[in-house]
Write a protein that binds this ligand. Structure first.
Ligand code: GRG
Length: 296
């Protein structure tokens, strides 16, 4: 259950991230203006800012100053936005609605949306490169962390498996592999980068990695459930999409009830792995609880 103070924490942190994103991203008036308008249109479309919040909460759990993790927090959100812009293209998931607004290609055209995604991906690394190095983690460690997660081994690899799996009946194990690559990897990296930015010990990074992997899978199972149980208006993206394109989902493979139970078990597992942070990990703990109960 989300308390009023946690709801305020979420909205204050999202606003804090938005101000930082505004500072990092090229202004609309910079030429060529269309691409910068498209980038800002997509980034400021009203996402939950889950990845940056995880990044900042991880820095806090490790006892660090959250401002140190802000470039990493903005970098993961910008990279996430690129993946959404490209995923919505007609040659991918072909969607008209994202974050409650017409998708980038609907407003700016397909060509500009491809370039917008490319520019956001590149911009994410430019933003990440503004992180202050720490005694344990030099700049190459930050860059490698994000590059490994966003490349063909994880994010893009997950999309490849997803595309190739369309219309086929996948096993639960195959679906878990896709969910881990497409979703859990970037959530985990968000946490790891936040911890690295405040010079966390390898043991703390390990605990956050376990947390992210379980939380990420739970998050995607909930996403699959919401796709069948919620309306387009509430989700801000087209509901029932997965079933329409015969995509393998958790509810389709194991049923709704079992999906809910598995998400709850994974969330418990995630919470258990951050017990080592004690009171400092409270926001991470509340986030896991909030994500399990989310309705959009
Ligand atoms: C590189 C094209 C390309 C794809 C990579 C990440 C991805 C694979 C595709 C994006 C679409 C998708 C269904 C991703 C799964 C993760 C997920 C549920 C994303 C939505 O995240 P939220 O709910 O979105 O945090 P907001 O809009 O709130 O930020």
């Amino acid at each position: 259950m989300s308390t009023p103070s946690f709801t305020k924490y979420l909205s204050d942190t999202a606003k804090h991230v938005d101000r930082a994103l505004d500072g990092f991203l090229p202004k609309e008036k910079i030429a060529p203006t269309t691409i910068h308008k498209a980038m800002r249109y997509s980034v400021f479309a009203g996402g939950k800012r889950l990845r940056p919040i995880l990044c900042l909460a991880a820095a806090e759990a490790c006892g660090g100053e959250i401002e140190r993790a802000m470039p990493a927090a903005c970098a993961v959100e910008v990279l996430h936005t690129y993946s959404l812009v490209h995923d919505d293209l007609p040659c991918m998931d072909d969607d008209d609605l994202r974050r409650g607004r017409p998708t980038c290609h609907k407003v700016f055209g397909d060509g500009m949306a491809v370039l917008c995604g490319d520019a956001l991906l590149t911009e994410a690394f430019l933003i990440l490169a503004q992180t202050m190095q720490t005694p344990r983690y030099r700049m190459d460690a930050f860059i490698k962390e994000l590059a490994l997660t966003s490349g063909s081994r994880h994010l893009i690899g997950g999309q490849v498996m997803d595309l190739e799996g369309e219309g086929k009946s996948l096993t639960k194990a195959q679906l878990i592999l896709i969910h881990k690559a497409k979703t859990a990897a970037l959530l985990t990296t968000s946490l790891r980068l936040g911890a690295m930015a405040v010079n966390a010990t390898p043991a703390k990074i390990e605990a956050l990695t376990t947390f992210g992997q379980s939380l990420g899978l739970a998050f995607q199972i909930i996403d699959d459930i919401l796709d069948v149980t919620q309306s387009t208006e509430v989700l801000g993206k087209t509901a029932g999409k997965d079933a329409n394109v015969a995509k393998a989902t958790y509810p389709a493979i194991v049923g709704l009830e079992k999906s809910r139970k598995e998400a709850a078990v994974l969330t418990q597992k995630a919470m258990h792995s951050i017990a080592v942070f004690g009171k400092k990990g409270e926001h991470l703990h509340q986030l896991a609880d909030f994500l399990l109960g989310r309705e959009y």
